[in-house]
Design a protein around this ligand. Structure first.
Ligand code: GDP
Ligand code: MG
Length: 437
């Protein structure tokens, strides 16, 4: 997942003390791209990454023991913050408390009305009444009745009446007279924002003064969701957002954008067509969901590739200057151990990964190699040519190995240096010949 990969990506760098402003910026550029892929508004994504960058650079990420983890935490915290911090409930203070649904046609108002009634009935021991105010399609009233039957909640409707304001008032009166303490008013929506729909919902809102006005939005509509939310909020100043159709692999970007643009909390999410597919919205969980998405994972993989290239570039520079010594060799080994295998390391060097694929490299052999290098003086490490017979003898003794093993290591080191040099000079072909390919 993202956390692990980002951690790995940055951890590799940490080994060389090379986490820089540039690295952080690179990573965040990828994070931004992922946010855009997840339907987050461009401006918001940019602000977001700028904020994380500020925090990252201010907060000693660069010297942290686990900068990758810290980075992931910063990104997650910032995402959570952006989506509202803590989960917020709905206002059930009225007698009855009136909840008005608003939103475009097909956003999921009727379905969510049923889900909410069911949720309140079972979880909060409330007695809800559903009121059918979508007067334009007879089927809409039927739909709410079907939902009501499914969950065992009464539905108030008036088929002869085409005035939603009158119906909603009558519904509330009915609730008062019959001991219902929550009234959920399902309204009509249109396919796009228009004046008639806005006037109608504004009139209902004004007439009944609900405790809670909810804006229901289909999370699959992406950026359009933000504009719609804005239009409805201008007219209703709604209290909360319901994000529907967040089941499957729906991108969560709309959640981030809506919260930022209208500054209203997302209160519930719909995660399916069934009546129990409702969840309280937890910003931190949503952040995890967004971070755990495929796009984000692949972005970190891309980021990882970039880091690797940078790492490789540094090594190449040293090789070019003939400064690749046993210290570098040792630190490479230490990195390999963190990363998993020598093959991974060789993969860092452009061209080498493929060439070495067929070779069987024993990671256990590192133990001896490390011991040998540790027994060398700094001078010997940077200039292996100095290793004469007496020095080798001393090192063998110190490392608990044999002169034979030291010679073998020197040979390997020599081959590796030569190989790297060849790749450096663009001699990929030559090297392949040498390796018998
Ligand atoms: P309305 O026009 O706003 O009342 O929308 P509806 O409640 O009639 O929902 C429109 C369609 O979306 C219906 O087919 C619902 O079954 C479906 N729907 C609503 N909420 C969800 C959800 O959370 N997940 C999925 N997969 N479908 C949903
Ligand atoms: Mg409906």
């Amino acid at each position: 997942n993202l956390s692990e990969k980002l951690d790995k990506a940055l951890h590799v760098l940490k080994g060389h003390g090379q986490i820089t402003e540039i690295n952080v910026a690179e990573t965040l550029k990828e994070v931004r791209r992922a946010l855009l892929d997840a339907d987050v508004n461009f401006k918001i994504a940019k602000e977001f990454t700028n904020k994380v960058k500020e925090k990252a650079l201010g907060q000693d990420v660069l010297t942290s023991l686990q900068p990758g983890q810290l980075m992931v935490k910063l990104v997650k915290d910032e995402l959570t913050e952006l989506m509202g911090g803590d989960a917020e409930g709905i206002n059930l203070s009225g007698t009855p408390s009136v909840i008005l649904m608003s939103g475009l046609q097909g956003s999921g108002k009727t379905t969510f009305s049923g889900k909410l009634a069911n949720y309140l009935k079972t979880k909060k021991t409330k007695k809800p009444l559903l009121v059918a105010c979508d007067v334009y399609r007879p089927a809409a009233i039927d739909q709410l009745h079907v939902v009501g039957e499914q969950i065992g909640v009464e539905v108030f409707s008036d088929r002869g009446n085409n005035d939603p304001v009158a119906i909603s008032k009558a519904g509330i009166a009915h609730a008062k007279a019959n001991g219902f303490n929550v009234v959920i008013i399902d309204t009509a929506g249109r396919l796009a924002v228009d004046e008639q729909m806005m006037n109608e919902i504004a009139n209902i809102h004004k007439a009944i003064q609900p405790q809670e006005t909810l804006f229901v939005v289909d999370s699959m509509t992406g950026q359009d969701a933000v504009n719609t939310a804005k239009s409805f909020n201008d007219v209703l100043n709604f209290d909360g957002v319901i994000l529907t159709k967040l089941d499957g692999d729906t991108r969560g970007g709309a959640a981030i954008s809506i919260k930022s643009v209208v500054n209203k909390p997302i209160k519930f999410i719909g995660t399916g067509e069934k009546m129990d597919a409702i969840d309280v919205f937890y910003p931190s969980r949503m952040a995890e969901r967004i971070l755990g998405m495929g796009d984000v994972v692949s972005l970190v993989e891309r980021a990882q590739e970039q880091f690797d290239e940078e790492e490789a570039r540094k090594i190449q520079k040293k090789i070019a200057k003939n400064k690749f010594g046993f210290d570098d060799f040792l630190s490479q080994i230490q990195q390999i151990k963190k990363m998993g295998s020598l093959k991974d390391l060789m993969g860092m060097i452009p061209g080498a990964g493929k060439a070495l694929k067929g070779l069987d490299i024993d990671d256990d052999a590192f133990k001896h190699i490390e011991a040998i290098i540790h027994s060398m003086t700094p001078d010997e490490r940077s200039t292996p040519a100095k290793l004469n017979a007496s020095r080798k003898k001393r090192i063998a003794k110190g490392s608990g190995t044999s002169i034979q093993e030291i010679n073998q290591l020197l040979k390997q080191f020599d081959q590796m240096s030569k190989m790297m040099k060849m790749m450096q000079g663009g001699g990929g072909k030559k090297m392949m010949q040498m390796m018998g390919a």
